[in-house]
Design a protein around this ligand. Sequence first.
Ligand code: FAD
Length: 346
Amino acid sequence: MGHDFEFVVVGQGLAGTAVAWQLCARGRRVLVLDRADPHAASRVAAGLITPYTGRRVARTWNLDHCFNIALGFYRHTQAETRAKFFHHAPALRLFADAAERDVARGKIDPTRFDRAINPAWFAAPHGGFDLTPAARLDTQTYLDAYRTLFQERRSYRTFDLDPAADVEPTATGVRLPRLGLTAGCVIFCEGAAGVGNPWFPQVPYNLAKGELLTVRVPGLGETRPVHRGVWLAPLGGETFLAGSTYDRDDLTPTPTAAGRATIEAGLREFLKLPFEVLDHRAGVRPVLRTTKPMLGVHPRWPGLALLTGLGSKGALYAPVYGAMLVNHLTDGRPIDTDVRLPAEVT
Ligand SMILES: Cc1cc2nc3c(=O)[nH]c(=O)nc-3n(C[C@H](O)[C@H](O)[C@H](O)COP(=O)(O)OP(=O)(O)OC[C@H]3O[C@@H](n4cnc5c(N)ncnc54)[C@H](O)[C@@H]3O)c2cc1C
């Protein structure tokens, strides 16, 4: 009671934005802190929501539940900010070989096969299928819209918090001396940067760097994101995003020649048109060994909480698990066991 803020959210990526939004929607007093790192995964991400991935045409975990909630969330947030950042439309998956097509045959409605694959643009001897439900979140526009909104509500500060030195949990909340304020609860939504957070050593990080390119492809009129090992996602006009790579050894946010070469080679396997690279970026995904999100409250200090592990699916998972954490913190509702923060270091 009597805290300057009921909640301080550390990080305004996809996780922190969803958490802060849920808290604001419940009328809670919130302060969002962000160090404005342009390499944060949410700033780099393509924002694709894809229902089936990989050679085994694996269905995304918990897709149906999460997609419906994400759809409602982004429609609502678009209306609130009067910005356009969510594009709900099918994507296209091209098969690399006959084996992939066989795998998909057992899983996908046959009427979705081989729709509108333009042979002038794509080499697709094994065909493909329409991926649905699918969507793309323009993460930069979304995050900027909410940063502005939080600023207007005096709920945002650019601040680089040191979790070890700046956070002092007490019996009733948390002191943040360098900010000169107290909070009922600090919610860490730090993404990959959380790997250095001493309050939550039990989180089983398995971070994965990713790189992507912005390319110009003159003459390509495809309006769907196209997946075939790498993906190509339309940004408008002749400009597309292309990605991405997975690297578990180099966890710097620096783009590499090898990453660029991997994406370019992947594109050339199916894209018949020449392209020009306009930009090249990298970020580190907050992947965990559980391959699922993770959320909960510190086992000893009830004023410290966390949402992480959005992995390569932050656009899909942030709305659902942001709401689950806030429902837990404000109403005591349970957190699903398969995403709950373990009490002990395992
Ligand atoms: C190349 C690439 C492509 C991707 N493509 C997709 C995609 O198509 N679809 C998809 O859904 N996901 C994609 N992802 C994954 C997606 O980016 C992540 O799931 C998501 O962004 C994670 O969000 P987050 O908020 O947990 O972490 P982050 O994005 O890392 O956000 C954390 C925020 O907190 C700030 N911060 C951290 N620590 C502190 C601190 N101590 N003090 C102050 N501020 C702090 C950071 O600066 C940052 O703004 C991609 C990722 C990469 C790298």
